[in-house]
Design a binder for this molecule. Structure first.
Ligand SMILES: Cc1ncc(COP(=O)(O)O)c(C=O)c1O
Length: 399
């Protein structure tokens, strides 16, 4: 734990300006290499015989490099994770009443992809230590209509993919066989699982390269990884109107300039993750022994990418007091915090109506206790110490 002297030293430093946002607007770090790669791709496109060709290098180069990085056979670049999730769901050809199990402690994209593909969302509850879809809870929700298990790699930590795959195999669909697992890794590029990178297991994994994520392709972008050649061909085709597979599609391509920058960001991704991990480990030590706070848990077989540093407040601080803590951190100390995420059915009326009658006790309880304290690979050790000192000071004031 930080001692009083270090707390006072840290808090004597000026408040960060601008304040650290709960989820910083740029999640990675950009340098001249990205600028040069973008300019080179634009210069190459000035040749009228090439232009910004939608399947020209460096798009396939980026796909190949990303597939290799994840240990997947294929990667298909798209313009954002949302359409990637939609494509994978549409590939399943869901029929009315077909069920897909999705954690509600999540961004809404996965559940919306199920609805958009004509399926029925079945909410799954989470493990309160990891915030990941709980395989035991999933098992209890499997029915002959379950078509997919759709975990999110929450806040940068891997979901327990192998356990979820085993559940899907134990309850095969009567027509389609083992129930596939599809991972939403929008927040988890670069995270690890069982000695490998996230993205090499299950039917497919979908990544986001949105500006706030662990790496970004000029603010928007995404990738679908898979070992399944049929799914790869389907995604490749429907991201460009679907002609190749005779299926509905629209334009969801990534541009050549984005891919060029993506290659540079991918080359730096491990250094971003190491920086996030170093900051998180220092935080764990600085916050150790503060009874009001539980710091993030990292299962032994995972390497957390710490897209968010997800804490829990103790039972008696749930709700109102947690909200006061969050406000004081932001307003008084310039260290933003976010609640990521309360069950999406609480904030989205359409999803609440779609899943009427479904409630998740663990997820709803956790929603009252979650607190993610701003973290970023470019944060200095001094800023990291300031963030922890601010948290300890806010807690003392609220005791
Ligand atoms: C868990 C999760 N899934 C999906 C998305 C959607 O990503 P994109 O903005 O690339 O479509 C996000 C974006 O914040 C997310 O956090």
């Amino acid at each position: 734990m930080l001692n009083d002297e270090r707390i006072w030293d840290a808090l004597r430093r000026p408040k960060p300006s601008p304040a650290w946002k709960g989820e910083p607007q740029l999640g990675s770090i950009y340098g001249e290499e990205e600028v040069e790669a973008a300019v080179a791709a634009i210069r190459d496109s000035m040749d009228v015989s090439k232009g910004f060709g939608f399947s020209a290098p460096p798009i396939p180069d980026f796909e190949e490099a990303f597939a290799d990085y994840c240990g997947a056979k294929y990667a298909v670049a798209v313009n954002s994770a949302g359409p990637g999730l939609d494509m994978v769901m549409r590939f399943l050809k869901l029929q009315p009443g077909d069920e897909v199990i999705v954690p509600a402690v999540n961004f809404p994209a996965a559940a919306l992809a199920v609805c958009g593909a004509g399926g029925q969302v079945v909410w799954g509850d989470i493990d309160p230590r990891t915030f990941e879809l709980d395989p035991v809870d999933v098992e209890a929700r499997m029915t002959p209509r379950t078509r997919a298990i759709f975990p999110v790699h929450m806040n940068g930590l891997s979901a327990p993919i192998d356990e979820l795959i085993a559940v899907g195999e134990r309850y095969p669909h009567p027509e389609h066989g083992p129930v596939p697992v599809i991972g939403d890794a929008a927040r988890a590029a670069g995270g690890g699982y069982k000695g490998q990178k996230i993205g090499g297991r299950g039917l497919a994994t979908v990544f986001s390269f949105h500006t706030m994520k662990n790496m970004t392709t000029l603010g928007e972008g995404g990738m679908v990884t898979t070992d399944d050649p049929e799914l790869e061909a389907y995604c490749r085709s429907v991201r460009m109107y679907g002609g190749g597979v005779g299926a509905w599609g629209t334009s969801n391509v990534m541009t050549k300039v984005q891919a060029a920058v993506g290659l540079v960001q991918l080359g730096k991704l491990d250094s971003f993750i190491s920086a996030r991990r170093r900051l998180a480990q220092a935080r764990d030590e600085m916050l150790e022994g503060i009874p009001e706070i539980t710091t993030p848990y990292e299962p032994h077989d995972c390497e957390h990418s710490y897209y968010l540093y997800t804490c829990l407040v103790r039972e008696s601080w749930a709700g109102e007091k947690r909200n006061q803590l969050l406000k004081a951190m932001t307003d008084e100390f310039g260290v933003g915090c976010v609640i990521a995420n309360a069950p999406v059915y609480m904030s989205r009326k359409d999803l609440r109506e779609h899943t009427a009658g479904q409630r998740l006790p663990v997820s709803e309880d956790i929603a009252q206790k979650l607190l993610c304290v701003s973290i970023h690979p470019g944060m200095s050790d001094a800023d990291n110490e300031y963030a922890c000192a601010s948290l300890i000071e806010c807690i003392r004031r609220l005791r």
